[in-house]
Design a protein around this ligand. Structure first.
Ligand code: GDP
Ligand code: MN
Length: 391
């Protein structure tokens, strides 16, 4: 789960990370008030959306006066910000963070991620901040410094000093860097984060180390024991289809293709998406209906998939263990009656009660194409698309 920049800064500040002063605003009036609180400007107006690359996309404005802040707020609030990371749909700007201006002497990059190879938290840092990490890794891989943290020891002070040295920081900043690194590490570990990114971490003209931007993501599976983190969720930043699906117990992720997928199990869903690509098609979504899916749940899955206007065919692929093929088949038939399915549907069933399931499909009299294998199902789905969509 992602959270907003201002929430990340608030959390990190609580662990000792220096951040600029600022305040949140939902209206231009509130933005102007925040600016007055900060001494009347200049200040920075920052769109709070779950994405990086806001600066380039026009979501970060340095304003000289209260009037400019109000004007920038008016222009940004209620609009959609499309960045390199959001995709064409963009993200709605519902709130702004109004912050004091910082005098930037140097910009550094600092990230904490989970390194799956060493199974440990790893620090990634660079003396060249401000750029996205993907661009840094491409343009200047030599500048990246990596450091793995031993969970039994925690972040050792000598490691923090060594990192500061590699980034070319002087004596005063090294001491501040030790504090900053400790803050990020503790926040990451204590709150079940999966990512902390400070980009840029700046050295100001008067020699202070400050987090100018901050981004945190959290392990969704640990949210049950982090209610204070779970409370930071902003449904306004989520795809409405994805939130609705989750509320219905489905795991759904919208994608760019036109083949709607209804599948049980995340692994099978991934394999099916691969098979669709291999057959020359593109999936419109990832959807895992989970175990023990009732006919109602299958029906809801159809409704969710069909709410995407790009969908031109639906592929149902079920390998029933805990699930029952007859329930799934009933759900498919029910969907035809209740949802109004106007696209071709391919169904592949295997596992528990498969004969009963197939019988339901065959005797339904509905135009449902049955397939025996995953490969033939994917193939049939690709071929069943209307010519225009396929082109
Ligand atoms: P991102 O584009 O979403 O990563 O948003 P950032 O918070 O990183 O802001 C983008 C850029 O705006 C930064 O890299 C800075 O160059 C600039 N910026 C943000 N805040 C300030 C500030 O207080 N002073 C100055 N001079 N530039 C700022
Ligand atoms: Mn940034």
């Amino acid at each position: 789960m992602d959270i907003h920049e201002h929430q990340s800064k608030d959390i990190l500040a609580g662990f000792g990370m220096p951040v600029p002063r600022g305040g949140i605003a939902f209206t231009p009036e509130q933005a102007a008030f925040r600016c007055r609180e900060l001494g009347g400007g200049p200040c920075v107006v920052k769109a709070q959306v779950h994405s990086g690359g806001r600066g380039e996309a026009g979501g970060v404005k340095v304003c000289r006066s209260e009037a400019e802040v109000r004007e920038a707020a008016q222009r940004l609030l209620g609009t959609t910000l499309v960045t390199k990371q959001t995709g064409a749909g963009g993200r709605q700007i519902h709130r702004l963070w109004i912050e004091e201006v910082s005098d930037i002497a140097r910009e550094l990059y600092l990230g904490f991620v989970l390194d799956r190879t060493s199974e440990r938290i790893m620090i990634v840092a660079s003396a060249h901040g401000g750029m996205e990490i993907e661009d840094l890794a491409e343009d200047d891989p030599e500048s990246l410094v990596r450091m793995v943290i031993d969970p039994a020891v925690g972040l050792a002070e000598y490691q923090a000093r060594e990192l500061a040295f590699k980034l070319g920081l002087g004596g005063t900043q090294t001491a501040q860097m030790v504090t900053a690194l400790r803050a990020c590490y503790r926040a990451y570990r204590d709150l079940d984060a999966t990512m902390v990114e400070i980009n840029p971490l700046v050295v100001t003209g008067d020699g202070r180390l400050v987090a100018l931007d901050a981004k945190m993501s959290f392990d969704t599976n640990a949210l049950f024991r982090r209610p204070e983190v779970a409370a930071l969720r902003d449904p306004g930043q989520e795809d409405p289809r994805e939130s609705a699906a989750r509320d219905n117990g489905l795991s759904y992720v919208g994608l760019d293709g036109d083949i709607g997928c209804i599948i049980n199990g995340a692994g099978l869903a991934m394999a099916t998406m691969d098979m669709i690509e291999l057959a020359g098609g593109a999936p419109a979504n990832f959807l895992d209906i989970g175990g023990g899916a009732s006919p109602e749940r299958v029906c809801t899955a159809f409704r969710t998939v069909l709410s995407d206007p790009k969908v031109s065919v639906i592929l149902v692929n079920i390998f029933a263990g805990i699930n029952r093929c007859d329930w799934i088949a009933e759900g498919v038939v029910q969907a035809f009656r209740e949802v109004g399915v106007r696209v071709p549907v391919i169904v592949r069933l295997a596992g528990t009660n498969v004969e009963a399931g197939r019988r339901i499909i065959e005797t339904s009299g509905l135009p449902i194409h049955s397939a025996d294998t995953l490969a033939s199902a994917a193939d049939a789905a690709v071929r069943a698309r209307p010519q225009t969509a396929a082109a």
